[in-house]
Design a binder for this molecule. Structure first.
Ligand code: WT7
Length: 659
């Protein structure tokens, strides 16, 4: 059978197909007993002691959950611990200091670095001492604006060691985005680098960081990592310090891990929401670290002797939880890759799996769709038999891509965990347990033990199996966000208002995703139901993109929607009305694209800019986004009779695909 006809057949397979966990996997899995679901349900919330037990506590907690001030829940109350101690010292103390903590693979194929736990602990202490010398005190927010280089996890763990929360800003974000986040967090410290490689070329990063610093409304001490050596020279201002000099000055330093309260902030992570202003999601030391350790153990099946690889960027929550904190807390070897999957060739990932004998691979549907498109000859060139488990995260995965991954990467002998979660949830929430549950391609699976998720209608009543509804979570969990940084009010509005009964003190978390559930309780997540689009597994607020576009000279109004995209999942479609005197021409289109890249970053780059004399609006003046989505997708258009200006629709539809 040819690849095409096989693909077509797979695409037409009926829903409801399922796969048992491979026997070879079950035999060695961390969690194999189905009774864990019942056990957690019966012992809730005390079941979560099992997660807390994965850590070393300086002082034990008095109470597992305090729900007295819901939804401001507190977990492992009065427990004391340090995250850096748990990720480093305890493994060294256990005599495992010479085992590998981080395998770093640079984009240039000849550049790699290995950090043992001893080495990582040394550098973390040296950098922690340096940060203190620069003035960083407990609870000061330190921002990192760095690509995938080892100094990023070093800096994160150094912050954790001295009790300074970090706020990592994805290196692909723009200077403006950096400034907004530093201002919002009153962050007076920045760790960045000179540049990094992209497809063989050195890319300047410091210029962008400097430009961002220009927009910060307070003084900042900056540390600059010299990633590119002689390839790129930069001058440092008085308040800018060279990373290597600082490490040299503090060689051999010992910095005691500070005692942190379980509820003390470990980090902030900004994410997009419905409004233009990014939300500062606050995660804590005890609950978050317990939760990511537990899920790394139960779902990713991580063991200390593994070489585990999550191909996400540490600039997103996936990298925080499942490159840095979860894997290191469990004392395994975590792979970090600087480059892209298709450089120098489309087999780069498979080459790395082969070279390092990677045991688990955790990636995103957008990457899997690209692998599929490139063809199985790339993985086929390499020995992937070291793999034991595959994972995916970030957006719904279609059954066809799931099966391709299962077959051509996992050789039908690795379970595939499709993990649903969010920046806000801290860790995985809905997925099969790989050693327990059968897998259904396209469906994430049941909620994890101890997680209470439902699919409900607009009134909060559970929908029938098979019907589309809204995903809700009606019990708290240790990894949950505690609030939005300095904005308790928005925290309630964004996540709790929709389905909670405040008077009855019943709190329901609303992740703003649509979903359906089947007879076995398996949940298929259908995607966002708010004005957030998911481009290659990354969340973008349509309002953020719109405000970038209306900031461009000559633009009067803009509406942004997500349209289907073969590789990215969704792509940005921008409908733009020009100001009088301006033409919707190539020049303006260019300036709009530039404006979006400057305000947010290349990930937000519009796929299409459609100039239109008007936008479809209801009689009350609301833009009909659903219609714009249908137009972007070339779908049949729904009812347009409620529009104030129905004639405009055909006009706009005719313009899509023009440029
Ligand atoms: C949104 C969260 C969690 C780390 C990566 C993204 C979508 C995530 C899945 C999945 C279907 C998924 C949801 C969610 N999403 N995983 N397995 N199946 N959808 O984190 O940027 O906070 O985005 O990603 O829509 O709400 P994020």
């Amino acid at each position: 059978m040819s690849e095409e006809s096989e693909g077509e057949l797979e695409a037409r397979l009926p829903e409801g197909e399922s796969f048992e966990p491979p026997e070879s996997f079950v035999e060695q899995a961390n969690v194999t007993d189905e009774s864990i679901y019942e056990e957690f349900a019966e012992n809730w919330p005390d079941c979560w002691e099992r997660a807390a037990d994965m850590l070393d506590w300086e002082e034990p907690y008095d109470q597992v959950l305090d729900d007295g001030d819901a939804p401001f829940y507190e977990w492992f109350v009065d427990g004391k611990l340090n995250a850096s101690y748990n990720c480093l010292d305890r493994h060294v103390e256990a005599g495992r200091g010479d085992e590998v903590a981080i395998e770093w693979v640079g984009e240039p194929t000849d550049e790699t670095r290995t950090y043992t736990y001893d080495e990582l602990l040394d550098e973390v202490q040296e950098f922690a001492a340096a940060l203190r010398d620069l003035g960083v005190e407990e609870d000061d927010v330190v921002t990192m604006y760095m690509p995938m280089i080892p100094e990023l996890p070093v800096a994160m763990l150094a912050c954790a060691r001295i009790g300074a929360p970090h706020s990592v800003v994805f290196a692909g974000f723009s200077a403006d985005a950096l400034a907004t986040r530093m201002n919002s967090a009153d962050s007076e410290y920045l760790v960045t680098c000179d540049g990094y490689y992209r497809r063989g070329d050195p890319l300047d990063h410091k210029d962008k960081a400097d430009e961002g610093l220009g927009g910060v409304d307070h003084g900042v001490e900056t540390v600059v990592v010299d990633r590119l050596g002689d390839e790129l020279e930069h001058d440092l201002d008085d308040d800018q310090h060279d990373y290597d000099d600082l490490i040299g000055d503090h060689a051999g330093a010992e910095v005691e891990p500070v005692t942190r309260d379980a509820e003390d902030m470990l980090f902030l992570m900004y994410t997009s929401g419905t409004t233009g202003k990014p939300k500062g999601v606050k995660h804590t030391t005890g609950g978050y670290l317990s939760y990511v350790s537990w899920t790394s153990h139960a779902v990713l099946d991580i063991k200390p002797e593994d070489t585990y690889w999550c191909s996400a960027d540490i600039g997103w929550i996936t990298g925080h939880s499942y490159i840095v904190y979860g894997p290191l807390a469990l004392g395994t070897s975590t792979v970090m890759y600087e480059g892209t999957p298709d450089y120098p060739d489309k087999d780069r990932l498979w080459e790395i799996v082969d070279d390092y004998d990677v045991t688990q691979l955790y990636t995103a549907p957008t990457a899997i769709r690209a692998f599929m498109k490139w063809g199985k000859e790339y993985p086929d060139q390499h020995d992937l038999s070291s793999l034991r488990l595959l994972g995916t995260v970030g957006e719904p995965i279609n059954p066809r891509a799931w099966k391709w991954y299962y077959k051509h990467i996992g050789d039908e002998s690795c379970p595939v965990v499709d993990t649903w979660w969010q920046t806000e949830t801290g860790g995985m929430m809905i997925t099969t347990l790989p050693g327990v549950g059968e897998m259904k391609p396209g469906s994430a699976g049941p909620p994890l033990p101890g997680i209470s998720a439902n699919v409900v209608d607009m009134n909060g009543d559970e929908v029938e199996p098979g019907e589309a509804g809204y995903l809700t979570v009606d019990k708290p969990w240790p990894g949950m966000l505690r609030t939005l940084y300095q904005n308790d009010e928005r925290f309630i509005e964004e996540y709790w208002q929709e389905y909670s009964d405040e008077d009855a003190d019943e709190w329901v978390y609303f992740p703003e995703d649509g979903a359906k559930i089947d007879d076995d309780g398996y949940i298929t997540v259908l995607g966002r139901v708010d004005d957030v689009i998911n481009v290659s597994g990354h969340r973008l607020g349509t309002m953020e993109v719109e405000s970038a576009i209306v900031g461009v000279e000559g633009v009067a109004e803009a509406a942004v929607v997500g349209g289907d995209h073969d590789l990215k999942g969704e792509a940005v479609y921008a409908y733009v009305i020009t100001e009088d005197g301006y033409e919707g021409d190539d020049d303006l289109r260019e300036r709009i694209i530039e404006g979006v890249e400057d305000a947010i970053g290349p990930i937000a780059r519009p796929e299409e800019v459609i100039f239109s004399p008007e936008l479809p609006k209801t009689r009350s003046g609301k833009i009909m986004r659903r219609l714009l989505e249908d137009i972007a997708n070339g779908d049949e258009l729904g009812n347009t009779s409620t529009l104030r200006n129905p004639d405009i629709v055909d006009d706009i539809a005719g313009k899509v695909g023009e440029d």
